[in-house]
Design a protein around this ligand. Structure first.
Ligand code: ADP
Ligand code: MG
Length: 695
């Protein structure tokens, strides 16, 4: 391996490469347009495209692609070569500014939620110059946004970029009031990615894993995570080799892969990068997921990103660490040294508190999927209820502000924001709460609800937009105030008082919290079909349209895509279950039953005096259970057929949740009992024990 600093970013056409490869005047113009958020001129695009192509060709690259993030949740690409005919039978390698800034993939097969009828199949991709081009699989990849011809967003990146503009606009208004100098404000994100690694051989033997990414059957392994002996344990050589390989691939692409460790469940791991601007963090997380899978195959392993690959042990999430930063490097959620910095911090904090309380439902929607519904509320991840953890100290300070009483007795006088200095909040590691869905961790918030397969674009465009909304309300009020300090104090006091219900520092997994949350009036949207209607509410439409993040049509299209995806996921899972139950499980049980019956007969033939009570009892038990399994199969099958009756999408999603999914669980329960009752050698696929301890 070459030295890491040289390896790092070696496949990225980043700022430092641009500085050396572009004419000085073009480089300056490029920086200026980026900072001003203006579109690139064609002339400048031509210069950049040519430099980009030269750089790529030097590395032996022959193709380019517009790389985008359609609503499927994975990334898409269509490769074109650089060749351009010269007319004399020869070609040159060519790449124009037009090709750089705009592409027109035939997009009829990407989900559009009714936005784009197939006869107007064309969509277009547009380069997002804030995200650098890179080389992957011998192809120059240009990160782009993906829109319909009418300009409607068909991807995950577009609303994210729009939301970054919204938060920039509103946060700058606030900073101006405090006299804080900054040209831009943007969200910073560090997503911690959880995943499972299993042996490829085991994976291929399980059609549920192959088709759906999770096991649909499987009795509990005698050993799971009971001993807590996997978490942070020493990493086995095979996995260590995988991680090293993965790190190198990620570093080449400029991904700041930093921390790797074992997670709670057997075969579960985590990778955390160093945080970056949300735009690149989103691209990098997509690349991380892609490479995790690819690199695993090279090591004869399979990386499972599903939120719940195995029942009975923890699933995988993606902790979205989020903060706001200025272009000058100031973290707006970091308490400062001076009264003024503290006041500014408290105002931003108040905006986040109000945002999470006012828009709990939208945050819940942003993490809704069939896969993630398995985790939320299953005592391994936060419940489906939004609440915020601030820690005792910060909560104490906010209480003091709300009530006007001295804080903890340690400060004798009332605290006037903007006049008194706040106590420093030490980043005390013991002051941690792992059960909160939205935890303040000293200088950022950790949103713990997103699922492991999610693009972080969704949760972050919602977060950015709801906080932008609160900041805009605050700015409206404060800009008109005659006494700024007084208005600020009143505003923070009022906000804390009105939104205290969202702050909860206790155990989010406890049943008592469910009851307490209900008393506080917090919403508890347990499943995707329950959560989604809030996305198309008037309140949600008003919010997203006001900040130019999503139009009403785009909201409806996303609503449809999410529900459709939910139904399809459950359809595929149910069909796979039927297939496995009919073609593998039942025949295996029958074979084993026959073997037992034949054993009994053979014994009787040998001598009628040999007892066959055990065989008889087993045959009778297995026959009963097999009959029961057959009933559950038929029940699920007819429910699945019944889905056709539900033409309304929400109605259909509810039906999938209440009827089909419920029947799947019943079928699984019987099959898992059978698994536990028969000879391991006759069971048609590897057991949990074998899979989870396969590496
Ligand atoms: P832990 O959760 O164990 O305390 P860290 O504090 O190092 O770990 O952070 C976890 C993740 O949060 C990392 O990906 C880190 O880069 C990210 N992070 C740290 N500071 C910020 C920030 N200001 N904005 C966004 N993410 C951040
Ligand atoms: Mg963390």
């Amino acid at each position: 391996m070459s030295k890491v600093p040289e390896l790092f970013g070696s496949m990225v056409f980043d700022d430092s490469v641009m500085r050396t490869k572009l004419p000085k005047i073009s480089y300056k113009e490029f920086r200026r347009t980026i900072e001003a958020g203006e579109p690139l001129s064609l002339e400048l695009a031509n210069v950049i495209a040519s430099a980009m192509k030269d750089w790529a060709v030097e590395k032996g690259i022959t193709h380019f692609t517009h790389w985008f993030q359609p609503m499927t949740g994975i990334t898409a690409e269509k490769h074109d070569s650089f060749i351009s005919p010269l007319g004399d039978g020869k070609v040159i390698m060519d790449f124009s500014g037009k090709e750089l800034i705009r592409g027109e993939p035939d997009a009829s097969s990407f989900p559009s939620g009714g936005l784009r009828a197939t006869f107007e199949a064309r969509g277009y991709t547009a380069w997002d110059p804030t995200s650098p081009a890179f080389i992957k699989d011998n192809t120059l990849c240009i990160p782009t946004a993906f829109c319909s011809y009418g300009g409607e967003a068909l991807d995950k990146k577009t609303p994210l970029m729009r939301s970054n503009e919204a938060i920039n606009r509103q946060a700058l208004r606030i900073l101006k009031l405090f006299g804080t100098r900054a040209k831009r404000v943007f969200a910073t994100v560090g997503p911690e990615q959880e995943y499972f690694l299993i042996s490829k051989e085991m994976f291929e033997k399980r059609r549920d894993l192959v088709y759906t990414g999770r096991t649909l059957f499987g009795a509990k392994s005698p050993k799971g995570q009971e001993m807590d002996d996997h978490y942070f344990g020493a990493i086995d050589p095979a996995v260590a080799a995988y991680m090293k390989d993965l790190d190198e691939e990620l570093w080449k692409l400029g991904v700041l892969a930093k921390t790797e460790h074992k997670e709670v469940a057997p075969a579960q791991y985590e990778l955390a990068p160093i945080f970056s601007a949300v735009n690149t963090a989103t691209d990098h997380n997509q690349l991380t997921m892609e490479l995790m899978k690819k690199v695993a195959l090279r090591h004869n392993m399979v990386c499972l990103l599903h939120e719940k690959p195995f029942a009975g042990i923890n699933g995988s999430g993606k902790h979205n660490n989020w903060s706001l930063s200025t272009d000058t490097g100031l973290n707006l959620l970091e308490p400062g040294e001076s009264p003024q910095e503290n006041a500014q911090f408290l105002l931003f904090l108040a905006a986040v508190i109000k945002a999470v309380d006012d828009y709990q439902d939208l945050l819940r929607v942003s993490v809704a999927s069939a896969g993630n519904d398995h985790r939320l509320g299953a005592n391994e991840a936060p419940p489906a209820i939004l609440s915020m953890f601030l820690g005792d100290q910060l909560t104490g300070i906010l209480d003091a502000i709300a009530t006007g009483k001295p804080y903890n007795g340690s400060m004798a006088e009332d605290m006037t924001i903007g006049v008194n200095v706040l106590p420093r909040f030490p980043k005390d590691l013991t002051d941690r709460n792992r059960t909160s869905p939205f935890a303040f961790t000293g200088n950022k918030f950790e949103f713990r609800m997103p699922g492991s397969t999610f693009s972080i674009a969704g949760p972050n465009f919602v977060l950015n937009t709801i906080v932008a909304e609160e900041l805009s309300q605050f700015a409206d009020l404060l800009e008109g105030a005659s006494d700024f300090t007084k208005a600020l104090n009143d505003l923070i006091k009022k906000t804390v008082r009105e939104h205290q219900r969202i702050i909860f520092n206790g155990d989010g997994y406890a049943d008592a919290w469910q009851a307490e949350a209900a008393k506080r009036g917090l919403s508890n949207l347990k499943s995707t079909p329950e959560a989604l209607p809030t996305f198309i509410s008037q309140k949600s439409i008003a919010l997203f349209t006001r900040h130019g993040v999503l139009s009403e049509t785009e909201i409806f299209s996303r609503y449809e895509i999410t529900l459709e995806n939910y139904c399809k996921t459950i359809d595929i899972e149910a069909t796979t279950m039927l297939d496995m139950a009919r073609k593998n499980i039942l025949p295996a049980v029958m074979r084993y039953t026959r073997y037992l019956a034949e054993t009994a007969m053979a014994k009787k033939t040998l001598s009628p005096s040999i007892g066959c009570a055990l065989e008889e009892s087993l045959v009778s038990k297995l026959s009963l259970r097999a009959a029961c399994l057959d009933k559950k199969i038929e029940a699920l099958d007819s429910l699945l057929l019944g889905a056709k009756e539900h033409t309304d999408l929400l109605d259909c999603a509810k039906y999938h949740h209440d009827s089909i999914f419920a029947a799947m669980q019943e079928l699984r329960a019987v099959a898992d009992e059978l698994e536990a009752a028969v000879d391991e050698d006759v069971w048609p696929f590897p057991t949990y024990g074998k899979i989870l301890f396969s590496i």
